[in-house]
Every structure is written in C-alpha cells, then in structure tokens.
Design a protein. Structure first.
Length: 248
C-alpha cells in the first residue's frame, strides 16, 4: 500500500480496515482530478471495474463544477451512483423516487498488453495453493497437488478466459450457486513449466511473494519425489502459506 501511495505522488491516506485489513484511500477532489483520474486514463483498467471508473469520473467532474448543490445535479449523480459498484441502498432510493439508472459502460474485448499487468493483477487476486488430500492410490495414503487459482465475478469471465489463453494453461470454472468464476491451474507440469517461470520473470508484489516462494519450494520437493515418501516438509511449508502465514 505504501508503494502504491508513493507511486501516486504521496496523495491520500492508509488506514486500518476491519480486523486484519488495510485501506488506501484518496478523498480529495483535487487529488482525484490531478492524480488518480489521469493515472487510470493513461493506464486503463481492463476488468469491468473500468465501467465503475468511468461513472465515478463523471460524478467527480460534476462535483468539481458544483452541480451537486442543485436538486437537478444531485439527481443526476444519484442516477450515476445507481449503476456504480453495488448500486444504492433502499433508503436512498426512497429519497430519490425519480431515479433512473444510467447505462453502465462495458469492456467488450479485454486485451492483456503487458505481462507486468498480469503479475500485478495476480498480486491482488491470485492464490498459490498446496493441497494435501487422502488418496488410496498413493503409498503414504495422501496426494499432494500444486494449484494456482484466481477468482472473479462472472462479469469478467471474458477476461479470465483471455488470461488462460495468454498463459497457455488452466481451465475456467463457474462456481455453482454463486456469481463467481475461477481459473485453476492444477497440473504439476503446467505449474512447473509455465506458472512458476512466468512469475519469476515478472515478479509479484506484496505478501503474495512469500506464498509464491513457498509454492516454488514445494514444487522442487515434488520434482525430487519427496512427496511420495515424506510429507512432513511439505506440511510444514503448507501450514505457513496464505492465511496460515498470519496465524503462524
């Protein structure tokens, strides 16, 4: 978060959020207009969050022009907000009964132009996972599986499939009973030959780096066949990955 703040010229604040979260936020209209909007105009979002950005940008410029101080302008902002993110709450709807949602801009053909974009996206949205499960076909009674995974809202299923094509591996699954979809790369060869080399060449950021290092350690043990005769080393590594890193 500090690196992101510094890269944006130091605008905004970093504050705790919830039990174990942290939030970087920029609330100044001037900083949003001078720094945030120009940044994302120059480096466009390629998920459907781009639509939220475009609606947000229109609202910001309306506020800067003081349109929000008139009833007509405020209604236009509520119309925009209705289509932004999760929309508006029933209480706000009751105060603005004439609200008409605007059309939400969509990313029709997302395109991954830069591998560093993907490493940044995975730093925030990806997961490097080591699975240990019972298996009657294995000598120790357990099998070990490396799994690279990313979950997103189904509205970005087109981008998820583009990521699969870009990497040259993985499968897309719709999560039953939800509005989520996921990419899973579960094959040992795919993870060793494609996923690991990619993120070594285009490094991750944040704590995800530590999970990736552990993921690489387990892959090396599996290449040596250690998982077929001794699971203890792999169990120890697995216990300190992802959420286990904070518990430990």
């Amino acid at each position: 978060m500090k690196l992101i703040k510094d890269s944006l010229g130091g605008v905004g604040d970093i504050a705790p959020q919830g039990k174990d979260g942290v939030q970087y936020r920029v609330s100044s209209i001037k900083d949003i207009i001078d720094v945030i909007i120009p940044h994302f105009d120059k480096y466009p979002l390629i998920t459907q969050k781009w639509g939220d950005f475009e609606l947000f940008k229109r609202i910001v410029y309306m506020i800067d022009r003081k349109e929000h101080v008139t009833s007509e302008g405020l209604q236009k902002i509520v119309n925009l907000k209705t289509s932004l993110n999760l929309g508006i709450k029933d209480e706000l709807k009751a105060h603005f009964p004439n609200t008409v949602p605007v059309s939400r801009p969509l990313v029709v053909e997302p395109e991954i132009k830069d591998p560093y974009w993907l490493s940044g996206f995975v730093s925030g949205e990806g997961c490097f996972y080591v699975g240990i499960s019972k298996s009657s076909s294995c000598t120790l009674g357990y099998s070990v599986q490396l799994k690279f995974q990313m979950d997103q809202h189904l509205r970005d299923s087109g981008l998820m499939k583009k990521i699969i094509n870009y990497l040259g591996c993985g499968k897309f699954y719709k999560v039953s009973g939800t509005d989520k979809g996921k990419i899973i790369v579960a094959g040992l060869k795919e993870n060793i030959n494609i996923i690991i080399p990619f993120f070594k060449k285009y490094p991750l950021f944040g704590v995800k780096v530590e999970d990736f290092k552990d993921f690489c350690k387990v892959s090396e043990l599996m290449e040596k066949g250690i998982h077929l005769s001794d699971l203890e080393q792999i169990r120890e590594i697995k216990c300190t990955m992802n959420k286990g890193r904070f518990r430990s």
